[in-house]
Ligand binder design. Structure first.
Ligand code: COA
Length: 143
């Protein structure tokens, strides 16, 4: 992901989430040199993106998103596996992420890739009414 991708990424983000990240958050991720990947199609359009921070033996998947009309075709799994491969190269022990407890599709993807539930962050996400809990998932890469 480069600064030139941000407007298109932001459009996908707004379509994907009820409480999307701002353009500024994406821009900050690039400034922080987080690992930020896009999947481009043959017309150079962006089909999916993922962002991961890392440090001290841990990586954190901060965002993973596939364009709405291209879901359930394997792109999310492909992108997540490529982030895990990147994490291995960075000598990461554990990859962490949070997911809304209502996001059954994402939870099913994470569990199928060997992520285990680590705990709950109560009221972590804004929701239509009040707040929603996040489930924390972890995937160990070295044992
Ligand atoms: C979560 C997301 C990234 C998954 O990407 P995707 O490309 O649709 O997923 P894939 O096609 O790679 O499927 C991977 C797994 O997800 C689950 N899954 C995918 N589509 C599903 C559906 N319609 N119903 C139930 N489970 C589904 C299945 O476990 C699937 O594995 P399988 O194909 O072996 O059954 C995508 O749905 C998305 O962008 N959602 C909106 C943003 C979001 O919620 N991101 C996660 C934030 S934590």
């Amino acid at each position: 992901m480069t600064p030139a991708d941000l407007n298109e990424v932001y459009i996908l983000e707004q379509a994907a989430y009820p409480h999307p990240w701002t353009l500024g958050i994406f821009s900050d991720c690039l400034k922080m040199a987080y690992l930020a990947r896009v999947l481009e199609n043959e017309n150079k359009g962006i089909d999916a993106y993922g962002i991961m921070s890392s440090g001290g033996g841990e990586a954190h998947i901060l965002n993973l998103c596939v364009k709405a009309e291209l879901r359930s075709q394997g792109l999310g799994r492909y992108l997540l596996l490529s982030l895990l491969a990147d994490a291995k190269k960075l000598d990461v022990d554990t990859v962490l992420l949070e997911v809304r407890q209502s996001n059954h599709v994402a939870i099913s993807l994470y569990e199928s890739i060997g992520f285990n539930e680590l705990g709950t962050r109560y009221g972590y996400y804004p929701a239509k009414k009040g707040r929603e809990d996040a489930i924390i998932f972890a995937r160990h890469l070295k044992y």
